[in-house]
Design a protein around this ligand. Structure first.
Ligand code: GTP
Length: 216
């Protein structure tokens, strides 16, 4: 089992450009619509119950949260977007902050975009993908809650998302993920290792290393 992320710990939050922490090393950001399953995914990836608070009320995560995963590397939890009840002015403010973060953050190695497998590629997801392309930030897509669909449906959903992205000239990798049953966990951890510049985990065998991010 991959244990590196078990020691992740919360370091700080930022609610504005001015309060962003100094760039100490590589970081990978997690983004997605409210309720896409981001907190659940982070908790699962880090084998912790409440690292990122899982909430049944969508839209409650309002700050960028930084988690230290060792050796100066960080996972960064971006606030969920698209929650209808957040006022327009706050949505705009958040958009500007996100744009600044994606364009200016030198330490940012890539973005994990989480989308509920049953509702992928909403207009806000598309906007974020375009922003990442503009900023030159690589994207890795998790189609979350894959346990909600039958095997064949999940595979088809993945293929269709991949096809739509390619049609738009976006070359993101797309994988299935379930925080519930752990599907795709090793693939996303391998992607994080790669982006963060970690070597293979101690005790990893060749099979684990070759299970590419598109597995699942
Ligand atoms: N079946 C299933 N449900 C999931 C999975 N991941 C998350 N959920 C459920 O989906 C809901 C939202 O999950 P969260 O992890 O809180 O979502 P979030 O994206 O962090 O939401 P915000 O805090 O609004 O940004 C919760 O009711 C979770 O229990 C999954 O893999 N499978």
């Amino acid at each position: 089992m991959h244990k590196r992320y078990q020691n992740a710990r919360f370091v700080t939050s930022a609610a504005s450009v001015a309060s962003l922490p100094p760039e100490t090393g590589a970081e990978v950001a997690f983004a997605g619509r409210s309720n896409a399953g981001k907190s659940s995914a982070l908790n699962r990836i880090c084998h912790q119950k409440a690292l990122a608070r899982t909430s049944k009320t969508p839209g409650r995560t309002q700050q960028i949260n930084f988690f230290d995963v060792g050796e100066g590397r960080h996972l960064v939890d971006l606030p969920g977007y698209g929650y209808a009840r957040v006022e327009k002015s706050r949505q705009r403010q958040w958009g500007a902050f996100l744009q600044h973060y994606l364009l200016e953050r030198g330490a940012l190695r890539g973005l994990i975009l989480l989308m509920d497998i049953r509702h992928p590629l909403t207009p806000l997801d598309e906007q974020l993908l375009n922003l990442c392309r503009e900023a030159g930030v690589p994207v890795h897509v998790l189609l979350t809650k894959s346990d909600k669909l039958k095997r064949g449906q999940a595979t088809t959903a993945r293929r269709e998302v991949k096809k739509r992205l390619e049609a738009e000239g976006l070359h993101a990798e797309v994988q299935l993920f379930s925080a519930l049953n752990g599907e795709g966990l090793e693939a996303v951890q391998a992607r994080l290792d790669d982006w963060l510049g970690f070597g293979p985990p101690a005790g990893a065998d060749a099979a684990a290393e070759t299970s590419g991010p598109e597995a699942g």
